[in-house]
Design a protein around this ligand. Structure first.
Ligand SMILES: [Fe+2]
Length: 295
């Protein structure tokens, strides 16, 4: 049977959300914090579980590769992930299983698009925290195999436009590989929206009286992007994105959302915005595109 993408989620990865949740895998413990986003993830999780996916695919800006688009090619990875900026919030023991067959198929399809691909075969490779956090927040049980795709540096090395073009091709390659696999797949775009952030931290990191969006302009840009998502205007969203990257230092510049929307053939149905909130001033939203909910 032909495989398919059963949902796509804009799944941002601030380590604060894992810290606020206190799962057993994370060493630092909090009192609470960032509930609007954590509860948004809880709602989204329920929808994703119901879809019974065979595999979760994540594209993360914190596995940045200069040459080519890389995928994980080893079945098991285990280790301690420490956030380089927030080591006091995120020291997470991960133990994950990769769908290597699907990874290899994606690598093959990437080359058919005229792009470079590479399979990561080092069993001691340290999985980036963007991948781990988005996966944890969508599936804290870790009972579904994963595929992790690097973010090629082209949007930064060349231009927004060249980068987006590559991510569109990467999305189509991913879609074909999923179809050939016969599996039910959920895609995770591991990105915040606006990304200007504070350069200081409250004495108590989870002190929510100190948390707010960095500035009003950034907030207006986030709302514009979310309005387009809610209206089912992914095509317009893609058209506005290069300007959004520059105006709001948006993290989606790294390509995850473009990759996901392309793999889903640029959906024209409304996305479900589960919640929006700031983390150290950055704008974050948990947004689900679910074709079955829109039939
Ligand atoms: Fe990030």
């Amino acid at each position: 049977m032909k495989g398919k993408i059963v949902a796509g989620v804009l799944a941002p990865h601030p380590p604060h959300l894992v810290y606020g949740e206190n799962p057993p895998q994370n060493e630092p413990k909090s009192e609470c914090g960032w509930e609007n986003l954590r509860w948004a993830y809880e709602r989204c999780r329920k929808n994703i579980k119901k879809l019974k996916p065979d595999v979760l695919l994540v594209h993360s800006p914190h596995w940045m590769t200069v040459v080519g688009h890389h995928v994980l090619g080893v079945e098991k990875f285990k280790g301690l992930s420490v956030d380089p900026i927030f080591p006091h919030l995120f020291r997470y023991a991960y133990d994950l299983t990769v769908d290597v067959n699907l990874s290899l198929k994606i690598a093959e399809e990437i080359t058919k698009e005229g792009l470079l691909s590479k399979v990561m075969k080092n069993p001691d490779f340290r999985i980036d925290y963007g991948t781990i956090i988005s996966l944890h927040l969508i599936n804290p049980d870790w009972d579904i195999p994963i595929v992790s795709i690097s973010s090629n540096n082209s949007p930064y090395y060349f231009s927004n436009e060249v980068g987006q073009e590559q991510m569109m091709k990467l999305g189509q390659a991913t879609k074909r590989a999923i179809e050939a696999s016969g599996k039910r797949a959920v895609l995770l775009a591991s990105n915040s929206l606006s990304h200007r952030h504070f350069t200081w931290e409250a004495d108590i990191p989870e002190d929510m009286s100190k948390e707010h969006i960095y500035n009003h302009g950034q907030y207006l840009w986030d709302m514009k992007m979310l309005d387009l998502m809610k209206a089912g205007k992914a095509k317009e969203l893609l058209a506005v994105m290069p300007e959004f990257f520059d105006m709001a230092l948006a993290e989606i510049k790294a390509g995850a959302l473009t990759w996901m929307l392309s793999a889903m053939d640029v959906p024209d149905y409304p996305a479900i915005v589960h919640g929006y909130g700031s983390v150290i001033g950055t704008g974050n939203a948990v947004v689900e595109w679910n074709p079955e909910a829109n039939q």
